[in-house]
Design a protein around this ligand. Sequence first.
Ligand code: NDP
Ligand code: MG
Length: 365
Amino acid sequence: MKRIAVLGSTGSIGTSALKVIGKHPECFSIAALSGYSNVRLLSRQARSFRPKLVCSGKDNAGLRRICYDRNVDHVLIAISGSAALEPLLWAIDAGKEVSLANKESLVMAGPVVMARAAAKGVKIIPIDSEQSAIWQCMHNEQPRGLRRIYLTASGGPFRGMTGRELQKISLADALRHPRWKMGRKITIDSATLMNKGFEVIEAIHLFGLSPEQVEVLVHPESIVHSMVEFIDGSVIAQLSVTDMRIPIQYALSYPRRLNSSLPSVDFVKTGALNFESPDTDTFPCLALALGAARTGGTMPAVLNAANDVAVEAFCQRRISFTGIPDMIERVMRKHRVKKQAGLDDIWRADAWARKEAVQTLGKVK
Ligand code: NDP
Ligand code: MG
C-alpha cells in the first residue's frame, strides 16, 4: 500500500489524482491533502478520504509537515505556479518518492532540484503527459543511446491564426482549450504556447538533455504524447486517449501498470495523425522560452515570473493576448543573467522580474 500526499488536491490535476487513487484502494491510500482557497472542496475530499493531515491557504508549515511526515511514502505535487518549488524541495529532502505535475518549479530551478534529487537518491516521476510519454519511451534505454526527443503540442486553440487575429483574442477565447480541460493559468499558457516552452525546459532537466536535443512538433490530434529518437534512428512513441488520469496513474503505480477503465485509442476513427513545425513568429512565447533554455542560469526563472505577471494582467484585461510575449520580452531583455544560480539567486531573479514586469504595464498594449 502506497500512502500518498496530494498537494494541490483541489485543482484539476489534484481532483483527477483523487479519482485514480479512489479506483485502486488496494494499492493506494491518502495520507495527506492540501488545497489553497477552495476550502469547501478540500473538506469534502477530507471527509471522503479521511487523511491524517490536511492543510489549506498560505500554510508553509503545514506543507512542510506533510512532506516530512513518516506516514507519507509518496508526494504528488499538483500545486500550480512557483508556490510548488519549496514543497518539492522539502519532499526531496525528506527522501520521499515524488510525482510532479507542476512545471514552473523545474523551469525556475531545474538544476537545483535535479541536483538535490540525485544527492538524495530521490526519483522524480513526471505527470505532465509529454514528460510521462518520454519517461515511458525511455524505459531500459541507455541515456547515451538517445538522439533527441520530440515534444508534441496540440498547437492550442489559435493554431493557424495570424498575429493580427491574435491581437483581438478575448479572455473567454483563450480559456477555451480544444483538447484538455485544465486550470486557468496553464490554459492561457497553452494558448500562447508558453506551456510548450516550459515543457522544453522541464524535459531538459528531467532527462538531462541539451536544448538542441528537444524538438517541438505540433500534433493537433493529441494522440501521440511525445516521442524519443535513438542513435540508430529508431523512434518510440507513447499514444493514448487524452486523459490526464493515464499519466497520473502511471506516476503512482510506476514501475507497475494498473488497469484503467478509460477507452482505448480508436485508430480507425482517429484517422490520420498530423505533424507540423510550430509557428514561433506568430507565437513568440515559445521562442522566448527556447531562448531562456539556451541562456540558462537565472533566465528561465525570469521568464516564468514575467509570464505569471503577464498572464494575470491579461486575465484582468489590462493587456491584450499579444501583450503577453511583449511584456515578457521587455523584462528578459533587461535581465543581467547569473549563470551559476543557487536558490537565493533564483528567488531574487523571480522577485526582480515580477517588479520589472509590473513596471512595463503602461507600455504594453
Ligand atoms: P489548478 O489551478 O486547477 O490547481 C492548482 C492547485 O494548487 C489547487 O489545488 C490550488 O488550490 C493550489 N494552489 C494554488 N496556489 C497555491 C499556493 N500559493 N499555495 C499552495 N497551493 C496553491 O491547476 P492545474 O491542476 O491545472 O495544474 C497544476 C500544476 O500542474 C500546474 O503547474 C500545471 O502547469 C501542471 N499541469 C497541469 C496539467 C493539467 O492538465 N491541468 C497538465 C500538466 C501539468 P485552490 O484551488 O484550493 O485554490
Ligand atoms: Mg503537457
